[in-house]
Design a protein around this ligand. Sequence first.
Ligand code: SAM
Ligand code: SF4
Length: 331
Amino acid sequence: MPKLYDNHGRIINYVRLAVTDRCNLRCFYCMPEEGIKYVPQKALLTYEEMERTIRLLVSMGINKVRITGGEPFVRKNMMDFLTTLSQINGLERINLTTNGTLTAPLIPDLKKLGIRTVNLSLDCLDKARFFEITRRDEYDNVMHTFQQLLSHGIETKINAVVMEGKNIDDLIPMARLTKDNPVSIRFIEEMPFNGEGAHYQKLTWNHKKILAHLKTAFPNITKLQDPPNSTAQHYQIPGHQGNIGIIAAYSRTFCGSCNRIRITPKGMLKTCLYDDGVFNIRDIIRSGASDHQLKDTFLEALGNRAKDGFEAEQKRSFGLPITESMASIGG
Ligand code: SAM
Ligand code: SF4
């Protein structure tokens, strides 16, 4: 298999593909209550364009793709697209990030396609708080998806964004879920990708504070070895089946080993979460470019990658602050 490297010698083998910016929730940390201005349908990458791009990237050294969004399952015919992806030789892993509202009935088919890991977004264990955070009454559906993922033996990671004044009381009960469930609970620092601009002057719940908070209830929590290229720092409460991850997404402690690139719903390549897009794959494809030309464009972009998320943020065009919604990036 070929291997792909950036200009800092980091291996690039993982692409996150946001298949839509549409969503049926309105999470507080991701978009405003009235939603975001969706990309017009014809500006979205088509399934054919996404397939061509992934095939090309796999031929260059990518072996893992994560399907994300918006909510992947609000896009029509998503299962057909996943079936197509599952047939690409050399693509070793297809993972998914979903809000779990529409996912439960699809789980047996996801399993048949070889999808072994699903990240489920769930920020609290309380129905009223769920409504307050997501602005939709979908808690029961999401919990049903959680149960179904576990009962089908799919490796399940729960993504919880930690938010001052919203779900702090949930952190310890969520960590307790790891006692009897083989689940990874991942607490994520809130980032300003909410369609409005930063919610706070300064991030209060950074990774250090999250860990200190967990230690008040679990003083014996132990550090685990992190898998290569992991964005999470992993911990385990002794005697518990599952583990806990803390993701310093805003503090950006993990950029030195970053192995991932991102493709937005309208086809922008992002070589860092914090950049504002490097080139538009859709425009290049629609201009009639050959695979060879497209490949050269990817190589050029990876040859100019920012060293970390701070540099990428600094280089954003016009120095404008981050205001885009995570639904238009994919997380
Ligand atoms: N709709 C799907 C979901 O929620 O799982 C997939 C897309 S969502 C944008 C991907 C991930 O980004 C979710 O786990 C979500 O919690 C996370 N996310 C969204 N906005 C965020 C923010 N401002 N800060 C940190 N994480 C965020
Ligand atoms: Fe939708 Fe996911 Fe954003 Fe929530 S985090 S609004 S579920 S895209």
